[in-house]
Design a protein around this ligand. Structure first.
Ligand code: SF4
Length: 348
């Protein structure tokens, strides 16, 4: 993994942010693309939020990208463009929580701080046979205390990465390979034969599933795109406008109401295009998408940060949520075309 072969604190920081809530194989191409586009803190600090969101597009948890951008600007402004090697200062930057701080400071600067991700949680819960739910605040604190007590003053970054990698490769969720594990002789769960039953997790409540009406609103060969408002989920990304269906409301009625509320636009709802279901961490959404026409009327930005009429082939220039990328696909533009179009706008 490229982030294991660098001492550049910025590159390590980018990797650690990407790897939160994202598996390594998914994060890898994003890491390469991100560093190619923004190779230094200064380059990132100069970027627009739209450019950063475009590179992050499809990965989810977009707040991570915007926090990284805000933090890069502060690093340039307050730290002469150098990632602070002081954990307290680093932890004051937007989006830098305990995990990111520990990981970057230990790997890049050799600070003896722990970094506990999901893999490390599993290793520690088994190593010390912790039978309380690991999501409980008290257990979480205990795991961090154990990790802090274990981290060695020499090569703490290697240690943290080793523990996390042990969790991803040997101490795996369903079938821990205790017979080849270097922790075997110390591990209480292996000793008691309870490894596969740990860590204990509380059952998650089922997430709600909502239906959303989305309009592909046409006018003179262009489609209306709206920018999601700051402070809301998916803030800064562009979408086909629409919203949540009310009980007893039909999807066409929902689209008409939403377009009126969001943009003060009267639309005629036509044929169905596609249904797209997307699952977020806390919500499952089915977007029911219909072609619409809005021959007249000025678009007002009542519930969006911006609204534009855009040619279909220009839509890939905008950063879109994953669900809207699939709608774009249904309109005949697939993700690869969209990525190529963004890289070489003149060749489209
Ligand atoms: Fe995990 Fe088994 Fe190693 Fe314990 S001995 S840390 S349970 S793989």
């Amino acid at each position: 993994m490229p982030w294991r072969r660098t001492r550049d604190p910025y590159a390590i920081w980018v990797a650690e942010v990407l790897l939160q809530q994202t598996q390594v194989p998914t994060a890898l191409p994003y890491y390469k693309r991100f560093l190619k586009r923004f190779p230094t803190v200064a380059a990132l600090a100069r970027a627009s939020d739209q450019a950063v969101l475009k590179v992050w597009e499809g990965l989810g948890y977009y707040r991570r990208a915007l926090n990284l951008l805000a933090a890069a600007r502060l690093v340039v402004r307050d730290h002469a463009g150098r990632v602070p090697d002081d954990p307290e200062r680093f932890a004051r930057l937007p989006g830098v929580g305990r995990y990111t701080c520990g990981a970057v400071q230990s790997i890049a600067f050799g600070r003896a701080l722990a970094a506990v991700d999901g893999n490390a949680v599993r290793v520690l819960a088994r190593w010390f046979a912790i039978r309380k739910p690991v999501t409980d605040a008290a257990t979480h604190r205990l795991l961090w205390d154990l990790a802090e007590a274990l981290v060695p003053p020499s090569a703490p970054g290697d240690w943290n990465q080793a523990v996390m990698e042990l969790g991803s490769t040997v101490c795996t969720p369903r079938t821990p390979q205790c017979q080849v594990c270097p922790v075997r002789r110390l591990c209480e769960a292996a000793e008691r034969g309870i490894a596969a039953r740990l860590p204990v997790k509380r059952k998650r409540k089922p997430i709600p599933h909502i239906e959303v009406g989305a309009g592909i609103v046409w006018r003179r060969g262009k489609i209306l795109m709206c920018k999601r408002p700051a402070g809301k989920m998916l803030a800064g990304l562009w979408e086909f406008p629409g919203g949540k269906r009310w009980p007893d409301e039909t999807i066409p009625a929902c689209i008409r109401r939403e377009l009126k509320e969001e943009c003060d636009l009267d639309v005629e709802v036509g044929r169905h295009l596609v249904d797209v279901t997307h699952t977020y961490s806390h919500l499952k959404v089915t977007l029911r998408c219909y072609h619409c026409r809005a021959p007249r009327g000025r678009v007002k930005r009542l519930a969006c940060d911006d609204a534009r009429w855009v040619r279909v082939d220009e839509i890939p220039r905008l950063p879109l949520p994953a669900a809207d990328l699939r709608i774009l696909q249904a309109l005949g533009i697939d993700r690869q075309t969209a990525i190529r179009a963004t890289r070489n706008p003149r060749r489209r």
